[in-house]
Design a protein around this ligand. Structure first.
Ligand SMILES: Cc1cc2nc3c(=O)[nH]c(=O)nc-3n(C[C@H](O)[C@H](O)[C@H](O)COP(=O)(O)OP(=O)(O)OC[C@H]3O[C@@H](n4cnc5c(N)ncnc54)[C@H](O)[C@@H]3O)c2cc1C
Length: 380
């Protein structure tokens, strides 16, 4: 089957995983990745549930365990840094069910596996897609045009493939009413296993130990007309929102202002009704997500294997393959999307009464020291 070719746009979690599985099945796979290799976000993400078995099949699970942050607790503090409530986020020492690790390390490990059998074009992007009955012609910003049998859009929440093949971003994206900014924290952490979080109404500031490379996360509510292509706007939004905060806010804002390696985006719901159009199919955040709250990395891994299996099962019928993938993976992500509202209310209560109520409830719950029921999210 080596005459079958597929182009994957985006060498992130979803793109690297689908490339690995398709190459194993005999496809000729090319990844085009816009980044030039210096991945910025070391924010923690989880690999859990069905994604664990897939990581084991790929032979990377021991490496994920080595890279795990080991963090297992979230403690809510007041403006003076005193603990007010606490909750377990992972079972201590239990790496067999899930790991939390830096996003960039996860992507590097997945890409290393994919690289064994995949051509990776770094620092480039597709610009034009033209499909006919026999294939799809692709133009790039830098690389000469090429023709492929199939195209996978795994290029994240602001997907270029989706824009070119399905329509403008605003047709498929809705603001969740929250924003997230992260930056490295120039601090020594006393407890490497605990995330500390401080809330004001509608905002949270947290510090994650992240295995010795601690990071601040600003997660806040708001309705702003934000354009992700304008990083300065993100910088200013954090500075104005947190101007009067307590705890480590002054230090965090100083780090935020001084860094040239910030992550900032609007938390976004992406919902594309049909994940495929002709020979083009969407995967990961490009197809469906509530960024930050939807367990995006694990479901990107699961979706990637489901898509690769479907393409392999229907090698001569991409329409049937894509329909099978969509039907199966939609069932997988439906419950994850429901959890987003609960997580956001727990982490960023809207009012001071909400903060007090949350802390009070956590302090009375008999299971507060056992595995928590609300999934933690990146940057927390
Ligand atoms: C730099 C970065 C930092 C992130 N930090 C966080 C975070 O702190 N918290 C959080 O919840 N989520 C974060 N995410 C998103 C998170 O990684 C995803 O929700 C999750 O891993 C799902 O994976 P995905 O592969 O669908 O998308 P992503 O992991 O977003 O991967 C998409 C990939 O496509 C690439 N890409 C984008 N456009 C193009 C293009 N036109 N051509 C080629 N390649 C393209 C990107 O560089 C990226 O490598 C981050 C994503 C990126 C890219």
């Amino acid at each position: 089957m080596t005459d079958r070719s597929v182009l994957v746009s985006g060498g992130g979690v979803a793109g690297a995983t689908v490339a690995y599985w398709l190459a194993r099945a005999g496809w000729s796979v090319t990844i085009v990745e816009r980044a030039d290799g210096t991945r910025s976000s070391g924010n923690p993400v989880d690999v859990r549930g069905e994604a664990v078995a897939i990581a084991r099949q790929m032979g990377i699970w021991p490496r994920l365990e080595e890279a795990a942050t080991g963090v297992n607790r979230l403690t809510f503090v007041d403006a003076d840094g005193r603990p007010r409530a606490s909750i377990r986020t992972h079972k201590p020492g239990d790496h067999h069910e899930e790991v939390e690790l830096a996003r960039n390390e996860l992507v590097d490990l997945l890409l290393d596996k994919a690289r064994e059998s995949t051509l990776i074009i770094p620092h480039d992007s597709i610009t034009v897609l033209h499909e006919d009955s026999g294939g799809i012609d692709v133009e790039f910003e830098r690389t000469p045009s090429r023709r492929f049998d199939l195209m996978i859009g795994a290029d994240g929440v602001h997907s270029t493939v989706r824009r070119l093949a399905f329509g403008p971003e605003e047709h498929f994206s809705r603001p969740f009413g929250m924003f997230v900014g992260t930056v490295q924290a120039p601090l020594q952490i006393e407890d490497p296993l605990t995330v500390l979080m401080y809330n004001e109404p509608g905002t949270s500031l947290s510090i994650h130990p992240a295995g010795g490379k601690p990071g601040f996360a600003f997660i806040f509510r708001g309705q702003h007309n934000f354009d992700y292509r304008d990083p300065e706007h993100g910088r200013r939004l954090v500075e104005s929102t947190y101007a009067s905060g307590g705890w480590l806010t002054t230090l965090a804002l100083k780090a935020w202002g001084a860094s040239d390696d910030r992550y900032f985006d609007e938390v976004t719901r992406v919902d594309v009704p049909q994940w495929s159009a002709g020979r083009v199919v969407l995967l990961g955040d490009a197809a469906s997500c509530i960024s930050l709250f939807g367990d995006g990395s694990s479901s990107a891994i699961v979706g990637a294997q489901t898509l690769a299996d479907a393409i392999t099962a229907y090698p001569d019928n991409h329409t049937a393959a894509f329909a099978h993938y969509q039907q199966k993976h939609r069932k997988h992500i439906r419950p994850l999307r429901r959890g987003a509202g609960i997580s956001s209310r727990l982490l960023v209560p809207k009012t001071r009464a909400g903060i007090i109520l949350r802390n009070g409830v956590l302090n009375t719950l008999p299971f507060r020291n056992k595995q928590q029921t609300v999934p933690p999210s990146s940057g927390t």
